[in-house]
Write a protein that binds this ligand. Structure first.
Ligand SMILES: Cc1ncc(COP(=O)(O)O)c(C=O)c1O
Length: 438
């Protein structure tokens, strides 16, 4: 028991947290208001990452809170298997409308990690049902993040997240696109489309008859905001088409506003065969995710499903399409459309870009990257300790009233879509001071 603190901090094994350091130096959040958090002792903290990239509408939106409360009184839970409730169907149609044409069938999950593993299972099952059982290999990308379950982790490419656990067989990886010649680029870099050709090399190595799918984030988020080189995603799409490989976009960060468009697919003009969503769907209020697939993928399972009373896709979660999550998502997507979060981001992205690139000449900054309302700084490592300086910068910011994310050798920014220019400027002023102090 940590006797220095009034609550028991010991029992909770915190996720993706330096437990020893946190429990010595707790950073507790008690409440939220708009784009701020409030600590138990009443300090206001500007939220520089929309929670964890998920609260773009700002916190505690009454429209969402009311919808969740009303739903909890009307129907708290309905069995997800073999029975349904009206809101889950309503939400699926809404997702279909809001995602690119051609992505027409919606499978609900509870997180980005579950979305990743669900999409990978759909890809393998699809090829089996089409009589091509050899197409099993799953291709990810270095520096990719697709959550922490076995499939997503195995196609993910952040070493620290994998080395303790091993990975599932039959995966491989493209190189990442973080090239030195693109340092300090605003938005999408000019160099690096050629890296998509590595997919041709993997086809030559494994043969397309053994490859089920390629999964990438439209821009890599967790590795520190790595926008795709111009033409890169288009070329991946072409190679996938040429070799009958499914293209999966993990839109868990890019979906519903972050890029300044409805989805990353819309922003970059490339439609995948399968798109994963989570975070922004409910504005972070209730866990939920979705996998949206092409009609023909769904129909393949339906057509090969055996007698009508049989389950066509033996997959799902007790909480798939949970009524509270559906109510929250419908309210959050109403807000998305009514308040035009994609438009708001598109309008303010230039200001965000100017502010973050204003830090380019500050001490220790070795790269600045941005797209829409997402940005990251790479910081010069201490010898042998790349993660230390971002931690120090983040701790300074926390003391000064700013929450930002630190990971690897980067600090990351993903403000709420509703954050105004003065708060954006304030955020980067604090970071500037932190870099000078570091
Ligand atoms: C692109 C991407 N995929 C998947 C995930 C995992 O989502 P979750 O933490 O909800 O499982 C994340 C989380 O940051 C993500 O950014």
């Amino acid at each position: 028991m940590n006797t220095a603190h009034p609550i028991d901090l010991d029992s909770y094994w915190m996720p993706f947290t330096s437990n020893r350091e946190f429990k010595r130096n707790p950073r507790l959040i008690a409440r939220a208001e708009g784009v701020h958090y409030v600590t138990p002792d009443g300090r206001r903290i500007l939220d520089g990452l929309s929670g964890l990239w998920c609260c773009g509408a700002g916190h505690n939106r009454s429209e969402i809170a009311d919808a969740i409360a009303a739903q909890a009184r009307e129907l708290d839970y309905a069995p997800a298997f073999q029975f349904g409730h009206p809101k889950v169907f309503e939400l699926a149609s809404r997702m279909r409308e809001l995602t690119p044409d051609g992505l027409d069938r919606v499978f609900f999950v509870n997180s980005g990690s579950e979305a990743a593993d669900t999409a990978l299972k759909i890809a393998r099952g699809y090829w089996r049902q089409k009589g091509l059982p050899g197409k099993t290999r799953l291709i990810g990308r270095a520096k990719g993040y697709h959550g922490v379950n076995f499939g997503g982790m195995s196609v993910g490419g952040i070493g620290g997240n994998r080395k303790l656990f091993g990975s599932t067989p039959e995966t491989d990886h493209l190189s990442h696109t973080l090239l030195p010649e693109n340092q300090f680029t605003r938005g999408q870099p000019d160099h690096g489309a050629h890296l998509a050709e590595e997919l041709e090399a993997l086809v030559a190595l494994h043969d397309a008859s053994n490859i089920a799918a390629v999964i990438v984030e439209p821009f890599a988020g967790s590795a520190g905001v790595i926008p795709p080189p111009k033409g890169y995603l288009q070329r991946l799409r072409q190679i996938c088409d040429q070799h009958d490989i499914l293209l999966i976009f993990d839109e868990v960060i890019t979906g519903f506003g972050r890029c300044g468009a409805r989805t990353g697919a819309d922003f970059f003009g490339v439609t995948p065969d399968i798109a994963n969503f989570a975070k922004q769907m409910t504005n972070g209020s209730v866990p939920m995710g979705a996998v949206v697939v092409r009609e023909e993928i769904y129909q393949t399972f339906i057509d090969t499903g055996g007698p009508e009373y049989m389950v066509e896709f033996p997959h799902g979660y007790t909480y798939s399409g949970h009524p509270l999550a559906c109510a929250a998502a419908l309210a959050a997507l109403d807000l998305f459309e009514r308040e035009g979060f994609d438009r708001q981001v598109a309008e303010k992205a230039g200001f965000f870009e100017d502010c973050i690139h204003g830090l380019a000449n500050h001490p220790h900054v070795t790269d600045v990257r941005n797209l829409g309302f997402a940005g990251a700084l790479t910081l010069e490592p201490y010898p042998g300790e790349p993660a230390r300086r971002p931690y120090e910068v983040a701790m300074y910011c926390w003391q000064r009233g700013l929450y930002l994310r630190y990971g690897g050798d980067t600090v990351q920014f993903g403000p709420a879509f509703v954050m105004d220019k003065s708060d954006i400027a304030e955020m980067f002023n604090i970071v500037g001071d932190a870099l000078r102090a570091a």
